[in-house]
Write a protein that binds this ligand. Structure first.
Ligand code: F6P
Length: 315
């Protein structure tokens, strides 16, 4: 048996623990595609052992590297990836929504795939939890808690920008813990008059104020400039929390999640399940079928992509 693993999209704390668990279980049968789907296309595939996952299991990042790979979505790119994937009995894919779609496409073309939701953004549609989210939220909370005392010393206002490209989950969860003075998850939340009122009220009480804003809504400096016009006497500072959210050491909870994801993925491989996504729903882990493997399927990648192109052009 030969099993392949790849980590796709942004890295997520906990990925290395999953890799270490897979290596522990499958040893020499376990291979890794370097830098996600890019490695699968270029056949840049090595025994997982060479990446020494067991040495880095408690570290963030991904020892087998990540990439965002637009080429996988092209006809040529996908065809090459599929050809290389066929050399393995199963592929385990760690990533976010885009990577899940990649897993579905491989599954639809007869590759046995196992998917583990892994992105700090927690925006994987099929799962309530995706690996890395707890660490990202914890990193933001620790960061803000460390910055606010110095803001308090000057009665300043501080705007904290958090990650979450298309999704406000990190911002929302951080706010549930910190209880900041104002939360901006979307453009519609920006009401300068209302925010200035809150900032001035806090300042009048001899207190600092904190605002959390999700990235990709407005440039932080523009937001601060606009807000400053409404409360010119108050000093407003900005902090972009940034990659600390992805690079922080996985929390204990994250490590537990990673072990559970890995153990479910291992069962899915060894028990000959169909294509499976390991998801966390409510309070429990579940395996959900990605797509049935099409036994003796006559469908090949070109037919598949042609069909897709036709569908898209109809829209
Ligand atoms: O992995 C998700 C994420 O961290 C988003 O929150 C963020 O917008 C994006 O990745 C940053 O990507 P990159 O590492 O390519 O700058």
């Amino acid at each position: 048996m030969k099993v392949l693993v790849l980590t796709s999209g942004g890295d997520a704390p906990g990925m290395n623990m999953v890799l270490a668990c897979l290596y522990k279980k499958f040893g020499r049968k376990m291979y890794a595609s370097r830098a996600g789907f890019k490695g699968l296309i270029n056949n840049d595939i090595l025994p997982l052992k060479e990446f020494k996952p067991h040495k880095y299991m408690y570290e963030a990042g991904s020892v087998i590297k990540c990439s965002r790979c637009p080429k996988f979505k092209t006809r040529e790119g996908f065809a090459k990836a599929l050809e290389n994937a066929k050399r393995f009995d199963c592929i385990i894919i760690l990533g976010g929504n885009g990577s899940y779609k990649g897993a579905c496409e491989l599954a639809e073309n007869g590759i046995k795939t196992v998917f583990i939701p892994s992105t700090i953004d927690n925006d994987v549609e099929i799962s309530d939890y995706s690996q890395g989210f707890n660490t990202a939220v914890t990193a933001c909370v620790d960061y803000i808690n460390s910055v606010m005392p110095t803001m308090e010393a000057f009665d300043r206002c501080c705007v904290f920008q958090v990650m979450g490209r298309y999704c406000g989950e990190i911002a929302k969860s951080v706010n549930q813990i910190i209880k900041c003075d104002y939360l901006i998850q979307a453009e519609s939340d920006i009401d300068y008059n209302k925010i200035a009122e809150i900032v001035k009220r806090q300042n009048g009480r001899g207190r600092a104020s904190s605002i959390i804003i999700k990235e990709n809504i407005i440039k932080l400096s523009t937001f601060i400039k606009n807000l400053a016009e409404k409360c010119p006497k108050i000093e407003i500072k900005g902090c972009i929390i940034g990659y600390l959210q992805r690079g922080s050491k996985p929390t204990n909870k994250e490590i537990e999640f990673a072990k559970q994801f890995a153990s479910r993925a291992i069962s899915a491989v060894t028990n000959n399940y169909k294509c499976t996504a390991i998801v966390f729903k409510g309070e429990n882990f579940e395996n959900i079928e990605i797509l049935p493997i099409q036994e003796n399927s006559k469908k090949n990648v070109l037919e598949y992509i042609t069909k897709k192109i036709k569908k898209t052009s109809k829209k």
